[in-house]
Design a binder for this molecule. Structure first.
Ligand code: PMP
Length: 421
């Protein structure tokens, strides 16, 4: 059981017992999982909720009068409310269930793009974006003959806010930036970014400020996010990175924007009435949720959110912050190791390169020791280009990791150095 009191220190050994996978072995060694940035492990509370759904509740939602359908419709809509409260969104219909961050961004790019982007318009992103927050905008710009502008980052991996200010123009129609970089760990000052963008003169007829989309894939697992306080127009995240299931995610959109956006995908679930002559579409949020959704996923995601809230995000943040500091100190002491991404404000992501050693080779040896790290470009090739490297080794930490595991990583890297140098 997890304590309900927030702000008290996190008991890592107690928390670890909630994650069944953490007691398995890999290559004969206890699993040390440092790849939570790719996907986080699931607590048994989430696994149990999914099992319960399929073994006791399975039915389709929104369309049935029978008991099971009504039960799961209620559970699914309660899940939406859990997420609304968690993000402090004003209305539950501002919470759209999607397949994940990637689909949430594609939804906005496709729908916003259809209505608001014309030739020569400008969309601004940053140099540290994940491919999922580059390609939908790049494709949209190609389709519409619009222009993609990129805010550069400095050598530490920090976004250059002054350059963003310089890039804003009367043609800017949208700004999309990540809250936390999955490769560098940089936590961007998104509140300030949104303020800067919103205070620029509106390019829209109705006077609406330039909208800002925040990619929250890497922030939601680590910190409190209040979309109203940030004044974000769109905020996206994935269930699987926040200890929930894969294949489900969230698009938060301000009501005033969602109402203005044309349909994305259409089909069952998105309508009020259909005839061959005219179709009347459903209100928010269902207008954006075509087809049978990932019902177990939505329910499981809400359980995951309840789970982290029971531990308390302040406690999670404090624990991960300390662990990141410890890891940074220990890794920096290794000869030939260079950390990529040294921003002042960082989440628990540590990317590094080893002098003369290919990240892939290091990853294979670490795997033999039961240590799961990610190697490569992490779907951020422009960052690799910026730092002049082919890839990094990335250890992304979660609140179930320990200092002892960091010590094992350090030993593992020393072994890599011995074997390959
Ligand atoms: N943005 C960021 C910052 C990410 O880290 C990721 C996943 N690595 C994504 C977007 C895409 O998330 P998903 O694959 O869950 O859609």
């Amino acid at each position: 059981m997890i304590t309900k009191e927030k702000n008290i220190a996190l008991d890592v050994q107690k928390v670890r017992k909630d994650f069944p996978i953490l007691s398995r072995k890999v290559n004969g060694k206890p699993l040390i999982y440092f790849d939570s940035g790719a996907t986080a492990q699931k607590p048994k509370q989430v696994i149990d909720a999914i099992t319960k759904y399929y073994s006791e509740q399975n039915a389709n939602i929104h369309r049935g009068v029978h008991t099971l359908s009504q039960e799961v419709t209620m559970a699914y809509e309660n899940a939406r409310e859990t997420i609304q409260k968690h993000l402090n969104a004003k209305y539950s219909h501002e919470i759209i269930f999607t397949r994940g961050t990637t689909e949430s961004i594609n939804l906005v790019a496709s729908s916003f793009g259809k209505k608001f982007i014309n030739a020569c318009d400008e969309i601004i992103i940053s140099e540290m974006e994940h491919h999922s927050n580059i390609l939908p905008w790049q494709q949209l710009c190609e389709e519409k003959n619009a222009v993609l502008k990129v805010v550069p980052i400095n050598e530490k991996g920090e976004l250059l806010l002054d350059d963003l200010k310089k890039l804003l123009s009367s043609k800017t129609k949208l700004v999309a930036v990540t809250h936390v970089s999955n490769t560098l760990g940089t936590t961007n000052p998104v509140k300030e970014i949104i303020q800067v963008v919103h205070s620029f003169p509106s390019p829209f007829r109705d006077g609406a400020p330039i909208p800002v989309l925040i990619d929250g894939a890497q922030s939601i697992p680590h910190m409190n996010v209040d979309v109203q306080e940030l004044d974000a127009d769109f905020y996206c995240f994935s269930g699987h990175k926040v200890y929930g299931p894969t294949g489900v995610g969230i698009l938060y959109g301000k009501e005033e924007w969602l109402k203005k956006l044309p349909n994305y995908q259409v089909g069952g679930g998105t309508i009020k009435t259909v005839s061959f002559l005219k179709t009347e579409y459903a209100d928010l949020p269902l207008r954006f949720e075509a087809g049978t959704p990932h019902i177990a996923g939505g329910i499981g995601l809400a359980v995951a959110i309840d789970y982290i809230n029971a531990i308390g995000l302040p406690a999670i943040f404090a624990y991960e912050h300390e662990l990141t500091g410890y890891a940074t100190e220990k890794l920096s002491a290794i000869e030939g190791l260079k950390i990529i991404g040294t921003a002042k404000n960082k989440a628990s992501v540590l990317s590094f390169v080893l002098d003369g050693i290919h990240p892939y080779d290091a990853g294979v040896i670490l795997d033999q020791l039961g240590i799961a790290v990610r190697t490569g470009h992490h779907c951020t090739q422009p960052i690799m280009e910026k730092f002049g490297i082919a890839g990094t080794i990335r250890a992304s930490l979660a609140f179930y990791n320990t200092k002892e595991e960091i010590d094992e990583l350090v030993k593992g890297i020393n072994k890599v150095n011995q074997m390959l140098k």
